[in-house]
Design a binder for this molecule. Structure first.
Ligand code: ADP
Ligand code: GLC
Length: 484
């Protein structure tokens, strides 16, 4: 009876990360491992992986991959990460690059080729390891070809006959959509080139491969699982998702409280927790000094934003309301990178409101932790949010979020003015509604400190553990295997 579960992912924290996918892949396999399930993770060997301190060793040289061109091979590196075997696929010209998927000028031109190669390398590696797996679990478009490859391999190759597949959609907007010419390089049979397969308005859609061929499709919150069945949130794939509705599950992500815990976060200048929150004020004063903000802000609320500066995250809504926020006598700190237009706008605002607005353009893990700890209120005006981890971290760090009623935000924040509120929710992604909601938050902070403290305590007590999500994944694995 096959046992092992293989995760295939383009990011895994702490080896690689560009957003929430990395966080999830750094935590869910470990949580599964704790339940006794044997888990391995396969991800690319990016340049920076080699410099991480995890005793990574070369385990296979010159593994024959064969796609997207016949003689191609890879090396495989391996390490044991808290009981989970991590395999890294090494092919320097594909993965040893400065960024993961794109530069500031746009996507790498060969992304299709890179991830076709990666998925076939995962197939070759699993075969070389010799034990047919119970489950192969793919994540996002970069690895979504795997369920399709396994679907077709199952028909001809006994090694794969008892392997079930899952495809988890972390963000439906990123689909890996390429010219139909790249379908030929994918190694899929012509039978896959249909409306029910990987063809998408004449293009080759790699995420659609996972949705069409995986035994089960999951996404990262129950609300988003419902939203993506609609035209508004379906990104053109709502039709095929409705077709797969019986095999579609929304499983809320967890937060890794080993990494995101203000009681022992190594990135913080001092610690705090429910028993003694006083360290939070010291973290705030520290960040005010670090970012050169007006010391008067020690006595006023700091509003924090961390995220990709793109339409999804509503950073344009934040930029639009910053002038009004200034009238509330608050500080705004923002960390992110993305669209140069949004980046330039927030830097202009920093210039206009010196000492009151601090924007850091870039990707800095430790600053993200310090900003969570220093913020009184966390801003998350996302237009859509499959799950969202930053608001979960904000809750634990005692910064009630102001967020849109979208996807996972709706599933993780209890909206003011309910008695058990942990944050503020607004319905439509408009600057007016966002500003209203922030006004409510600042007004509660200013006028009713006792009530505010109560909300902070409730926020900090929320617990989105991976153990619960893990049980739900195991149940889906079980259902998939029963059907094989
Ligand atoms: P998404 O995956 O859509 O970007 P999530 O809220 O699920 O959103 O996860 C974002 C993760 O990436 C969090 O760990 C957050 O702290 C981190 N992050 C986002 N932008 C930055 C940044 N500029 N610097 C450091 N960490 C960042
Ligand atoms: C995606 C989503 C985010 C989610 C993360 C991890 O990047 O945008 O909402 O939390 O994946 O699943």
């Amino acid at each position: 009876m096959p046992q092992r579960i293989f995760f295939a992912t383009s990011e895994v924290y702490p080896f690689s990360k560009s957003g929430g996918l990395g966080d999830v892949m750094g935590a869910l396999p470990l949580a599964l491992h704790r339940t006794g399930a044997p888990v391995s993770v396969i991800s690319p060997f990016y340049g920076r992986v080699s410099t991480s301190n995890y005793h990574i060793r070369l385990t296979i040289s010159d593994l024959h991959v064969g796609h997207p061109w016949a003689p191609i091979t890879c090396d495989v590196y391996e390490t044991d990460y808290h009981g989970v075997s991590m395999y890294f696929i090494d092919r320097g010209e594909y993965f040893d690059r400065r960024f993961y998927y794109n530069t500031h000028k746009g996507d790498y031109f060969d992304n299709a080729e890179r991830f076709i190669f990666f998925c076939w390398a995962a197939v070759a590696l699993i075969e070389r390891l010799g034990e047919p797996p119970a489950i192969v679990h793919a994540h996002d478009w970069q690895t979504s070809l795997l369920p399709a490859y396994i679907h077709f391999l199952r028909q001809t190759n006994p090694f794969w006959a008892n392997t079930g597949t899952l495809c988890t959609v972390h963000n439906l907007a990123f689909q890996g959509r390429f010219s139909s010419r790249l379908f030929d390089a994918s190694g899929l049979p012509p039978a896959a080139w249909t409306m029910d397969g990987v063809e998408f308005y004449g293009d080759f859609n790699m995420l659609k491969a996972g949705i069409a061929y995986a035994d089960a499709v999951t996404t990262v919150s129950p609300s988003y699982a419902r939203e993506i069945l609609t035209e508004k949130y379906g990104c053109g794939l709502d039709g095929i998702l409705r077709h797969r509705e019986l095999d579609l599950y929304g499983i809320l992500n967890g937060a890794d409280y080993q990494v995101w815990n203000p009681e022992e976060d190594a990135f913080l200048p001092c610690h705090y927790g429910l028993d003694d929150v006083s360290g939070k004020q010291r973290c705030k004063e520290n960040l005010i000094a670090e970012l050169g903000l007006d010391p008067a802000l020690k006595e006023r609320p700091i509003l924090g934003f961390i995220g990709r500066m793109r339409g999804q995250k509503g950073v344009d809504l934040l930029n639009a309301i910053i002038p009004d926020l200034m009238e509330l006598d608050v500080g705004v700190v923002a960390l992110g990178e993305g669209n140069p237009v949004h980046e330039a706008r927030i830097l202009d605002l920093m210039e206009s409101y010196q000492g009151r607005v601090a924007a850091v353009i870039g990707y800095t893990e430790d600053l993200a932790h310090r900003m969570q700890a220093a913020s009184d209120i966390f801003l998350m005006p996302s237009r859509y949010e499959p799950c969202g981890l930053t608001q979960m971290y904000a809750l634990r760090y005692g910064a009630p979020p102001v967020a849109t009623a979208a996807g996972g935000l709706r599933d993780t924040i209890k909206a003011w003015p309910a008695d058990d509120a942990t944050g503020f929710i607004f319905t439509h992604s408009s600057p007016v509604e966002f500003l209203e909601a922030v006004r409510d938050a600042v007004s509660l902070w200013s006028s009713n400190p006792e009530s505010w403290k109560g909300m902070v305590r409730r926020a900090m007590s929320q617990s989105f553990t991976w153990d619960k999500s893990c049980r739900e994944y195991i149940e889906v694995y079980r259902k998939v295997r029963l059907r094989l």
